[in-house]
Design a binder for this molecule. Structure first.
Ligand code: NA7
Length: 547
């Protein structure tokens, strides 16, 4: 049954003008913008609540590692000042409440359809419309589709032999049950030590009778240094709103942290050690963003910082063999996305916690009762898969998107995504994917909402000019994707990072981030605006229909 969307009147022939998929940080803002701009709009969400990543990743201690107020929306002073984050780095329940409040504050609830899993998105060239179908058979005919399906939203569980045979409970961190998982007194295995694994390990260690951590590769983990936000700090955040907004809207990183100015060579060895100590004690990403200016460009500086972290690990973890296994040997700091931890290394001093290095003793199979490695078999009641996501394209390639001439999006992207600005791909007119591949190498919500603003402004400008169909010329897409590939040779993140998709067997290894970041995105958008979007292929649906 087609649904008539609220939030504006739909022109004849469509049920809704702007159909948004996904109620995460990106989709909710797109919904808000579409409604504010006077388009009829609806948002389809597979889950039963809002939050996207922060709806699905509800494992214990799932939390921001960007400062809470830098992750939140900053377009509305009223909402910014109304909401008080309790901690510098908020945890999942509070984040989920924030998105619920956002929907309430801006009265968006009537436009959201929960429990609606999109299974196909098909373009009809004759009518210049998309037909969007949900798993239960409902359909919507839309002029524009915005797939805000997220970058880290398709969970990955490795195909280990016997995985389905396990008779205990098994959960992926990205699909954590809403009712929680009781691990009290149980034997638990956690597989994976990326950002999710290192967050969930300490709370599980606190409850379980036995915890075995299966680590393939260690990461350069440093303390998150979370803290409550004091009433004085809350007051300062409100008073400084305009400046915070300006910085977050314009900085290259989308964080408040100013770019580093100091070269390591300006300090003596003793001063450098004192500086690294201050970095170790600094909050979250400051360790990457406010470190020495040459941290990522000079291997010696990077080595010195890594040695400092390694010494810290050796100082915390009492068993020297375990400590060595927790120290990365295959990459430098910043070559992979660094996780931030609270009490992580400390748990390995607990008698009931142990570490298995899969690099030394690989996993052989999962059995009905546990996990077998080349070193033997261990029994578990619960296995937690903290094994990450099919980053960037995971959801989009499985959404059943069929563009002009029925071309499947996943086929067009068989060798890696081709995009313009990380929001559109040629041959899929009126289909946008802010927050998708070639996206945020910055604080994610900042970059994604920049892209949403671009899409929303484009649609409004097209309406003003009498257009309602937009495609990206292939040359533009080639130029943009070519630039991404070129620049990818000169960035700190390496091909072992999931940002290249190398964590998924068989996935083409291509950079899924825009290494030019916000400055490059801003420049392209500014140029497009200045020329009235003339480089894009703009047309009118009526013309297309009568061709
Ligand atoms: P990540 O960062 O991709 O981490 C996944 C972890 O799972 C990582 O330690 C992997 O080891 C490990 N992994 C992956 N496949 C296997 C197999 N087959 N066997 C054993 N271990 C495996 O995902 P997260 O969910 O932790 O974090 C994703 C993002 O969420 C994070 O960056 C934040 O933005 C929030 P590997 O390092 O590949 O050897």
């Amino acid at each position: 049954m087609p649904e008539q969307a609220e939030g504006g009147r739909s022109p004849a022939g469509v049920d809704v003008e702007v159909l948004v998929i996904g109620a995460g940080v990106t989709g909710l803002y797109q919904l808000y913008r579409a409604r504010e701009d006077g388009f009829s709009t609806v948002l389809l969400e597979a889950g039963e609540g809002v939050g996207g990543t922060w709806y699905w990743n509800r494992y214990p201690e799932a939390r921001f590692d960007s400062e809470s107020y830098t992750y939140a929306y900053v377009f509305s002073k009223e909402m910014f000042c109304e909401w008080e984050w309790s901690e510098q780095f908020a945890s999942q329940p509070e984040i989920e409440r924030y998105f619920q409040r956002f929907v309430e504050h801006f009265d968006l609830a009537s436009l959201i359809r929960f429990g609606t899993k999109v299974t196909s998105v098909e373009w009809d060239t004759r009518t210049s419309t998309w037909t969007v179908t949900a798993a239960d058979g409902r359909t919507w005919v839309a002029r524009y589709v915005v797939a805000a399906t997220g970058m880290l939203s398709y969970p990955y569980i490795p195909e280990v032999e016997g995985r389905e045979d396990f008779c205990g409970e098994s959960h992926h961190t990205g699909l954590w049950p809403a009712e929680g998982v009781d691990v009290t007194g149980k034997r638990v295995a956690v597989v994976g030590t990326g950002s999710s694994g290192v967050q969930v390990i300490p709370p599980i260690a606190a409850e379980a009778a036995e915890l075995v951590v299966y680590q393939r590769t260690p990461n350069w983990c440093t303390p998150l240094n979370n803290a409550p936000i004091t009433p004085e700090e809350q007051e300062a955040l409100r008073n400084d709103f305009e400046q915070i907004q300006r910085t977050l809207n314009t900085s290259a990183t989308g964080f408040l942290c100013p770019p580093p100015e100091r070269l390591s060579s300006e300090d003596t060895p003793e001063e450098r050690q004192a500086f690294y100590e201050s970095m170790w004690n600094s909050p979250g990403f400051a360790k990457l963003l406010a470190n020495y200016k040459d941290l990522l460009s000079d291997p010696e500086v990077n080595r010195e910082w890594c040695d400092f972290i390694a010494a810290k690990i050796r100082g915390i973890v009492r068993d020297p063999e375990t400590a060595e296994r927790l120290i990365p040997k295959d990459h430098r700091y910043g070559e992979k996305r660094p996780p931030f931890v609270t009490g992580y290394f400390e748990v390995f001093n607990e008698p009931h916690v142990s570490l298995v290095s899969l690099a030394d003793t690989p996993m052989v199979r999962i059995t009905e009762t546990g996990i077998e490695t080349t070193d033997g078999h261990r029994e578990f009641d619960v296995i937690v898969w903290a094994t990450g996501f099919d980053y960037g394209t995971g959801q989009l390639r499985r959404l059943g998107v069929r563009g002009v001439d029925g071309v499947a999006l996943e086929d067009r992207w068989a060798d890696g995504p081709l995009t313009y600005l990380g929001v559109q791909t040629h041959g899929f007119p009126n289909f946008f994917f802010p927050g998708g591949p070639h996206g945020a190498s910055a604080n994610v919500p900042r970059y994604n909402t920049d892209q949403v603003d671009y899409v929303a402004d484009l649609l409004a400008a097209m309406r003003e000019q009498g257009y309602d169909v937009v495609d990206v010329p292939e040359e533009l897409e080639q130029t943009f994707t070519g630039m991404i590939d070129q620049m990818s040779r000169h960035i700190p993140f390496t091909k072992i990072s999931y940002f290249f998709g190398s964590n998924i067997p068989g996935k083409p290894v291509r950079n899924l981030l825009n290494p030019g970041g916000r400055p490059m995105l801003f420049k392209f958008i500014e140029d497009l605006r200045a020329e009235g979007y003339a480089s894009l292929q703009l047309s009118r649906s009526a013309e297309v229909a009568t061709r």
